[in-house]
Design a binder for this molecule. Sequence first.
Ligand SMILES: [Zn+2]
Length: 301
Amino acid sequence: MCPFTDMYITAGVQGNGNKLHLGTMANDIRGLQSGIRYDYYAPCKMKCLRIYPESGQSMWQSENKVRFANGRVDYATIMIAHDDSLNCYVGQIIEQGSKWANMGTKGNATGVHCHIQISQSRDTTWKKNNYGNYCFNNEYDTDACYFVDDTNVINGLGGNWKKTTDIKLETSPITSDKKVDQILFKGSKVKFNGIFKVDIIKSPITSNLFGYTKITGCTFQDYKTGKAKDYHWIPTQPFMECDKNGTITKDQKLTGGTSFVKNDTIYTVEEIDSKTNSAKLNINGKSIWVFSDCLYEISNS
Ligand SMILES: [Zn+2]
């Protein structure tokens, strides 16, 4: 839900009135009257991930997948800025609709407002773009993110504002002419979502296999101590080594415990295990169960 009771957008995306928004999907919002530090409210149940006190800035992530105004169902990762009091803490969990923060001027702000950027993804990468402005991967404009059922839109900058009743939630298997909704079924086309840190490399290195607990759920320790029957080695070949911001490295030599990898290959989901929320993929001839949190649905045809 939209965090604001009264929403007056003073600057929208792509530098519409604000150079600091170039190349991002940032919005600046003030309330009913200018200059007042209005409170605003949690759009969904969220956890505080990072705090930047100098700019009154904090990063949050939804505790569950949420429904966005463009129909997508995925995690929300959100940055807000200019809160003068910033009385939140890393690890704090707040319920949907409870007080979140207030509009302010802390950091590089002209006039009292809230600066907000929303990513429809679990990826927390916060990177500088070509204009020198920070943004997430998978950022969307705010009208594609929140519903305005309970918001008085004073200046919506021509956005396509939707209420929850405008968007139907898909509950049955989806066919090719319907929207991608991030609910995986057998046949869904998916990509790996984000950047992963390599836990361990199988020796000898020529075996071209690596382990990553966050993808498969089984730790090498559990395997070594006999708690797990099998360790889920993943073929290295379709993964590319990158730095923590996703830039491909030159040497492509993986090191256990330090290397980051990403994978842009499109896979077809072969099976779903709803108990563990995993999808079976064929990765270079090997069947691997992958937590669906690590996957991003791109189409269902
Ligand atoms: Zn701004």
